[in-house]
Design a protein around this ligand. Structure first.
Ligand code: ADP
Ligand code: MG
Length: 400
């Protein structure tokens, strides 16, 4: 477990303390409005707790990729209204991150008030992790709280630099994420199963390599299973398959074997000749019976049931990537079935289940189990880098 401080390590009364709080407000926008407020809900408890304990809360966040320049279309002022609605507090928007405007604004804020600073990426020093830029921001705070795990894989001024300049604490969302991830892969209760799916092996090579060294069962599903099947001499027809990576797949299987990790590949699959909702050509078959004009679009019911049985013998599950092309019925069936098994085992108390990844979260929500697993990470890139076994700079800086 990384050794980090939390809000519990701060005095209860934070009156007069200026808290610089890094959050993720990179909300998905549609027609100038946030289409999903998950990220605001995730950081709300930390913001409200600090404010209720009397701190002057100064929110730091990035939005989009303005590349070190001011772009009016990427001003964080556009999320001020959403923040006010979710927090049910008034928020002062401050159109800078450092300098006299910030000083004057912070003077106006009372204890327990909340200010929202401008998009940190309007300044090149953010992504460059420039020490002077970080210092200019640090001058406006007494403590630094990082509640943006999803940005922790980047060593930027407000995700890493500030932690070295001010007493640094994990916010509540960061704390929960780090504890869940530690329970899943840091110091997990064995046996551990990892389910890795999704489209391509190439995007998750490092994930597969790391997991094959750490877990007892590695389930490979989704499009990437096709590359592993092909490496085993299976004819996968017109399936999505990275034929140039079959040697790599072989190496991963050999390494897993040596490490005592069992790799689970499907032995039945759902195929069709065209990729469309409920195509007439859809059928289930053994992996050795895929026709030249067919595509594997999901793993089959027998394989799914066998995987459920594997989960029943495991104490911990970590899951990234859907088992099939779940956006298009009926190729969601294996993902939905395994998700429900994982949820039931979790609810029974026999499984600790942690899942993450953009499409994975969508798939688990589609399966109706988003609230029934132990923890679902919405962190995307940071979650994947953690699955790769990498040290995340934003987390490392909190632990230093
Ligand atoms: P995540 O975002 O959770 O990390 P990925 O982006 O790696 O997941 O993969 C998700 C995508 O993989 C989905 O869009 C899904 O349709 C696709 N996929 C899964 N199985 C297959 C398959 N057999 N053939 C083609 N695409 C697949
Ligand atoms: Mg994805």
């Amino acid at each position: 477990m990384p050794n980090f401080k939390t809000l519990d390590d701060l005095p209860q009364d934070l009156s007069g303390q200026r808290a610089l709080v890094r959050v993720d407000l990179n909300l998905p926008m549609k027609d100038g409005r946030a289409s999903d407020l998950t990220r605001v809900n995730v950081v709300a408890p930390t913001i409200l707790e600090l404010a209720n304990r009397g701190a002057k809360v100064l929110l730091l966040a990035h939005y989009g990729r303005p590349k070190g320049d001011r772009h009016s279309t990427m001003s964080l002022s556009m999320v001020q209204g959403d923040l006010e609605r979710v927090l049910d507090r008034e928020i002062m928007f401050i159109p800078e991150v450092a300098g006299p405007v910030v000083t004057q604004s912070v003077d106006i804020l009372g204890n327990g008030d909340i200010g929202l600073l401008e998009n940190t990426r309007f300044w090149p020093g953010e992504e460059a992790n420039d020490a002077d830029f970080a210092k200019s921001i640090a001058a406006h705070g007494d403590i630094y709280v990082n509640d943006a795990f999803s940005a922790a894989h980047r060593a930027h001024a407000t995700t890493e630099g500030l932690a070295k300049l001010l007493p640094a604490y994990a916010g509540r969302a960061m704390e929960a994420e780090l504890k869940a991830l530690d329970a899943a892969l840091g110091t997990p209760k064995p046996p551990v199963a990892a389910v890795v799916g999704g489209a391509k092996v190439s995007t998750k090579l490092a994930v597969l390599e790391n997991l094959s060294r750490k877990v007892q069962h590695l389930v490979i599903g989704g499009g990437m299973a096709n590359t592993f099947l092909a490496a085993n001499g299976v004819n996968v027809g017109k399936s999505l398959c990275e034929h140039d990576l079959t040697d790599t797949a072989r190496t991963i299987m050999d390494a897993a074997d040596e490490a005592g990790c069992t790799i689970h590949l499907p032995y039945d699959v759902v195929v069709a000749t065209e990729f469309a909702p409920n195509p007439p050509s859809v059928r289930t078959c053994n992996v050795h019976e895929v026709a030249a004009d067919e595509m594997i679009l999901d793993i089959g019911p027998q394989a799914t049931e066998a995987l459920g049985d594997v989960l029943k013998t495991c104490a911990t599950l970590v899951w990234n990537g859907p088992l099939g092309a779940f956006e298009t019925p009926p190729f969601d069936e294996a993902t939905v079935a395994l998700a429900r098994t994982a949820a039931a085992l979790t609810q029974d108390g026999s499984l600790i289940s942690v899942a993450g990844g953009g499409d994975t979260v969508a798939a688990l929500t589609h399966a109706g189990v988003a609230d029934d697993l132990t923890y679902i990470s919405t962190a995307g890139g940071a979650f994947l880098e953690w699955m790769e076994g990498k040290e995340l700079p934003g987390v490392a800086a909190l632990s230093a």
